[in-house]
Design a protein around this ligand. Structure first.
Ligand code: 26V
Length: 825
């Protein structure tokens, strides 16, 4: 854009949304001009779209301002590359951010509508699997709020995370058609397009100066087209852009089918290339060697880097200064092909020699690791890379050669180190993408203190010896704007009334709540809010599961992806134990409780799906057992997503964070629950450890083996059967599952679960932690019965959540990794 055009944009009068009256006028106008519907006959969805378009207009004004300021100041830009963004709904977020919530609510009321019901018509943007995608969404919010020059890149999946239905107790996946009515937040950019090349072959020759040159030719190309979604900050007037790529067939197809007269076949090819951005892969642990997934990863990386370079060139004549002006954060290894792609662009398109190109490349990237599970560490078959991305494979070999020279020099006479650190696996068959990221990055970070420790000592131990300064920790955080202000407005209002509203942009301010834990009046109001939130959750459970929850029950919740390492099954074993004790009168008088589960399983993950079914079967038996007198209730809430979390989390008393120590990189749900005034029962895993340090040992329920103990047991040999034989209640629970007590129609249904525990090695140490878990649940009950004490602890949890804001995380990335400053608020 030239300077005059930019200045002209500034002269466009801003949208008038300064009063309720003006908003009403604007809404009616948008209804006619954008939605094309008579306001007299508009549906709630029509009002949602009119409102969203109005808000988007305001965001566009702010975005143009932000972009202009960043261009003028020639700032160092932060690019966040992520295959996933779990945004959820946006309307309420934007209204809070722009300070429009009250005015818009009033305007809608005066138009005979209700903001509460209108906003329900928005689909969740579910372009992510779980923690990693939600973290990306929180980070964009924090960057915008603190006016960092951030920019997100991702894929505009036509089908996001599947919708989960529970049919006969089983998970059934349904396609998620979130774009059915169009996405009112996005700007389609048919003129922002880049070609992305696949397949083809390499030719080698010498140029006139005798340099060897490699050319990648005969490729099949796909076009990446941009969709821009503005992400506002809270009361910040800055907007971060999220640019999502959609695949389009190239024009070559059109030409070819006219020339060859083979219209139908050409259109078939067109569909094949447009499949690239069709669907989000719904697995977050194992997936090896799916060619379409590899192509997706490269598609979005290549388009993003071409776009980054184009933006750099608008202000700078040379790419020599790229590391100075650009920093790229790789969200896990999914965008790892960015490393060889930038190298390729520099060498093949901008004529840099390898050494200089490699130096620039290494100055640009940083990599965040999000998992230690060996099965989730990405590797790609060499044969597939050779077919799909031959030039990149060629460059990966060159990078590896250079790198191993350096390793040889650093660790002379240690060939085993060489093979451990190589970018290519021992069998020479696959590329280790995490190694590629580490070698190509300036900084590598883990997402919680323990996770970073384990990264340094285990997964990347050799790399850490080579370059210890490369590895840093940035503990995850969550945005208090969505998880407290928006999802728990009554609590947010109470807090603001008592300590002011600084916490909305500086969560450490919550510390001022601490003295109020001793104030009976305050505790009373805090407890009343929790009760109302529990009623809201109970209504959801009634509606979605047909199960009634009385608000006096202790609401005990585990919501997250279903995975063996997260140990939903341990929770189930405890539920069954409680059930047995309540039925028999053994174990005395137990605190009545309502246990909530929610979460999706990867469609092909047999054991996780069986666990979902078990939860539903156990729930059916327990909820129908009249002998219990309603003292125990169990519900599996189908289709857990961001919007469901916004209801479930504030309505929870007890948060279950019970992964095997050393397996959950961080967790972020743990933070959201504590911020909503739930107490945590958890293991010494991920960020639970830091939560414990922040709230104090008396205000959290910790149980189970430590990561070190688990490691020792693995090394020495673990015998789960001994726990089974030595523990009557454990044995009873497992025998009931395996004997068909909960599956009378199919008694053998859960044999695989018993086998995994007893003969399969109980990989995640459920049996070793069972008794401690049950005993700790007892302690939970004792405290819960003393409501005064419980609420005091809950208040102290909220008061000490300061460090778990994504704002703190972003400030720490900015200082330790990106070397950039936000503009003052
Ligand atoms: C991994 C894979 C593996 C290959 C197949 C496709 C695929 C898709 C996604 C993932 C991501 C798994 C990593 C992940 O979500 N980690 C979670 O990251 C959270 C944010 O840092 C953290 O709080 C959780 O503890 C961690 O499990």
């Amino acid at each position: 854009m030239d300077q005059t055009a930019k200045r002209d944009a500034a002269d466009i009068p801003a949208l008038d949304i300064g009063s309720v009256e003006a908003i009403k006028q604007q809404l009616k106008s948008y209804m006619v001009h954008n939605v094309g519907v008579d306001p007299e006959f508009a549906t709630q969805r029509d009002w949602l779209y009119a409102l969203a378009h109005l808000v988007r207009g305001r965001l566009s004004e702010q975005y143009l301002e932000t972009a202009r300021a960043q261009y003028d100041a020639d700032v160092r830009r932060i690019y966040y590359l992520s295959m996933e963004y779990l945004t959820g709904r946006s309307l309420l977020k934007q209204l809070y951010d722009l300070g429009l919530y009250d005015r818009v609510a009033q305007a809608l009321t005066e138009l005979g509508q209700s903001l509460d019901s209108v906003q329900e018509f928005e689909y969740d943007a579910a372009l992510g699997n779980g923690g990693l995608g939600r973290l990306a969404a929180c980070f964009l919010d924090s960057m915008a709020t603190h006016r960092y020059p951030g920019f997100g890149y991702g894929i505009r999946y036509e089908f996001g995370m599947f919708t989960q239905r529970v049919e006969n107790g089983e998970q059934v996946e349904h396609p998620e058609t979130w774009l059915r009515y169009g996405n009112p937040w996005e700007f389609e950019r048919p003129n922002v397009i880049y070609p992305v090349r696949f397949r083809g072959r390499l030719t080698h020759f010498k140029d006139e100066s005798g340099q060897s040159v490699t050319q990648w030719v005969d490729t099949s190309d796909v076009i990446a087209m941009a969709y821009d979604v503005p992400v506002p900050g809270f009361e910040s007037d800055a907007v971060v852009k999220l640019r999502l790529w959609s695949a389009r067939a190239t024009r070559d197809f059109d030409l070819r089918y006219f020339n060859e007269g083979n219209y139908i076949d050409a259109v078939k090819d067109k569909t094949i290339s447009e499949n690239l951005s069709k669907v989000l892969y719904p697995m977050d642990t194992t997936l090896m060697g799916q060619e379409l997934r590899l192509m997706q990863e490269y598609f979005f990386v290549s388009a993003s880097l071409q776009d980054i370079i184009a933006r750099h060139h608008r202000k700078h004549a040379t790419l020599d200064t790229l590391p100075e002006k650009v920093t790229v954060q790789l969200n896990d290894t999914h965008p790892s092909l960015a490393v060889p792609e930038l190298l390729r662009l520099l060498i093949d398109h901008y004529d840099y020699p390898f050494d200089k190109a490699w130096q620039i490349t290494r100055g640009v990237f940083n990599y965040t690791n999000h998992t230690l599970l060996p099965e989730a560490l990405e590797t790609w078959p060499i044969a597939m890379l050779e077919a799909v991305l031959p030039r990149h494979l060629d460059l990966i070999y060159k990078i590896n050669h250079e790198f191993l020279q350096q390793v040889k020099y650093a660790f002379p006479g240690q060939p085993d180190v060489l093979s451990r650190m190589s970018l290519i696996d021992d069998a020479g068959r696959r590329v280790r993408m995490a190694h590629l990221c580490v070698v190509g990055s300036r900084k590598v970070n883990g997402v919680a203190a323990l996770h970073t420790e384990l990264m340094r000592s285990h997964v990347f131990a050799d790399f850490n010896r080579l370059d210890p300064d490369k590895f840093v920790n940035v503990t995850n955080g969550v945005t208090q704007r969505r998880w407290l202000l928006q999802a728990n407005r009554p609590l947010a209002d109470l807090i603001t009334e008592v300590i002011g509203n600084r916490w909305t942009t500086d969560l450490e301010a919550l510390k001022d709540l601490e003295p109020h834990a001793e104030d009976a009046q305050f505790r009373h109001r805090f407890a009343a809010i929790k009760r109302a939130n529990k009623q809201r959750l109970a209504a959801m459970v009634q509606d979605r599961c047909g199960v009634s929850f009385a608000p006096d029950l202790m609401f005990d919740t585990q919501v997250k992806r279903i995975h063996e390492y997260k140990r939903q099954l341990l929770n189930v074993l405890h539920v069954i134990t409680l059930y047995n004790e309540m039925r028999s009168g053994r174990g005395g008088d137990r605190q009545p409780r309502a246990v909530v589960f929610g979460g999706k399983s990867a469609p092909g993950y047999f054991t996780a799906k069986l666990i979902i079914r078990l939860i539903n079967d156990v729930a059916a038996v327990i909820n129908h057992d009249r002998a219990l007198g309603g003292r125990l209730r169990v519900a599996f809430i189908p289709n857990y997503n961001v919007s469901a979390a916004e209801i479930i989390i504030p309505g929870t008393d007890l948060s279950e964070q019970i992964s095997t120590a050393g397996t959950e990189a961080s967790g972020t749900g743990n933070m959201k629950f504590a911020l909503g005034g739930a107490l945590t029962i958890g293991t010494l895993d991920g960020a639970n450890i830091e939560i414990k340090n922040a709230v104090g040992d008396d205000n959290i329920f910790i149980f189970g083996k430590t990561a070190e103990e688990v490691g020792d047991m693995r090394a020495r040999g673990y015998h789960p059967r001994e726990y089974y034989e030595g523990n009557a209640s454990l044995r009873e629970a497992i025998d009931m599952i395996a004997g068909g007590f909960f599956s009378a129609d199919d008694p053998g249904r859960y044999l695989p679960i018993r086998d995994a525990l007893l003969s399969g090695g109980d990989h995640f140490f459920l049996l070793a932690d069972f008794q401690d878990y049950v005993d700790t649940q007892r302690r939970v009950e004792e405290v819960y019965r003393d409501q005064d004490q419980w609420v005091r602890k809950a208040v102290l949890n909220v008061a000490n959540m300061g460090m778990f804001s994504s704002d703190r995380a972003i400030h720490s990335y900015a200082r330790d990794i990106w070397n950039v400053e936000g503009l003052p608020r």
